[in-house]
Design a protein around this ligand. Structure first.
Ligand code: 9D3
Length: 242
């Protein structure tokens, strides 16, 4: 697939994908990533991409012309029509289902906001969806765009060594993951649970499931209440309450 990014900080996004799973996907041609400098679409002596808000108030607003020009140039740069996504704190929350849906599009165009916000006419004219990555304040849409690229990129066919591991992740099963341990069996006086060293695969499976259920109940009530629990799950939770 192809992902285009429109941003005033193109190097920030380019640098992020020189390494790692998605960096390799780009090198290997499984993902085509093209980062565009918004300033190149801005006119005038100062090539301004922002301006003071109508109605007054603090901060600056991103001007509509450079973004709309940029989006049009990017659309014309390839055959398929991209799904156009604006990263903004006002967007719908990004989740694994959205990552999956985006990974099925032939092309994705990520538009990064900065400053106090983006002129609303950008959304009206050339945005399909507005997305936020969580309820905390960042300085712009670049880090959210990187999160989207990483989450989408690792779902592309052939990107992870084993395609099985992509589907088994936290959230796709609706529960948080169980705790993990590796050698040594005792580290700084703390032992790994004996059951994991027992060789009893069924006991390991039950232990992992119970710990996943307990953690989700404790930390993520929202996920726990939506999870479809089996009779076995209810028994495991029963034994953990005592
Ligand atoms: C006081 C109102 N703020 C909106 C919640 C102002 C504001 C804060 C941060 C306006 C823009 C920004 C910059 N952030 C993003 O562009 C952004 C973002 C984020 O801050 N958090 C989570 N997801 C995203 S996606 C884009």
């Amino acid at each position: 697939m192809r992902i285009d990014v429109l941003t005033v900080l193109p190097r920030m996004v380019e640098e992020a994908f020189r390494e790692g799973v998605v960096g390799r996907a780009v090198e290997g041609g499984l993902l085509e990533l093209k980062v565009w400098n918004l300033r190149e679409f801005a006119e005038g002596k100062y090539q301004q991409t922002d301006d003071a808000p109508f109605g007054g108030g603090a901060g600056m607003v991103m001007k509509p012309e450079p973004i709309v020009k940029g989006v049009r140039a990017i659309r014309e740069d390839a055959d398929a029509e991209p799904l156009k996504v604006l990263l903004t704190p006002q967007g719908r929350l990004f989740d694994q289902a959205t990552a999956r849906r985006f990974s099925e599009a032939p092309r994705l165009l990520l538009i990064c906001g900065r400053y106090e916000g983006v002129d609303e006419r950008v959304s009206e004219l050339c945005v399909d969806e507005e997305i936020s990555v969580g309820d905390y304040v960042l300085s712009g849409g670049e880090i959210p765009a990187m999160a989207v690229i990483d989450a989408v990129g690792r779902l592309l066919p052939g990107v992870l060594g084993n395609d099985a591991s992509a589907g088994q992740d936290s959230f796709t099963g609706g529960l948080l993951d169980h705790p993990h341990y590796t050698r040594p069996a005792e580290f700084e006086g703390v032992r790994a649970p004996d059951v994991l060293l027992s060789g009893d695969h069924e006991a390991v499976r039950l232990w992992r499931r119970r710990r996943a259920l307990e953690r989700t109940r404790e930390r993520r009530k929202d996920l726990f209440e939506r999870a479809e629990l089996s009779d076995e799950d209810l028994r495991l939770l029963e034994s953990s309450r005592t």
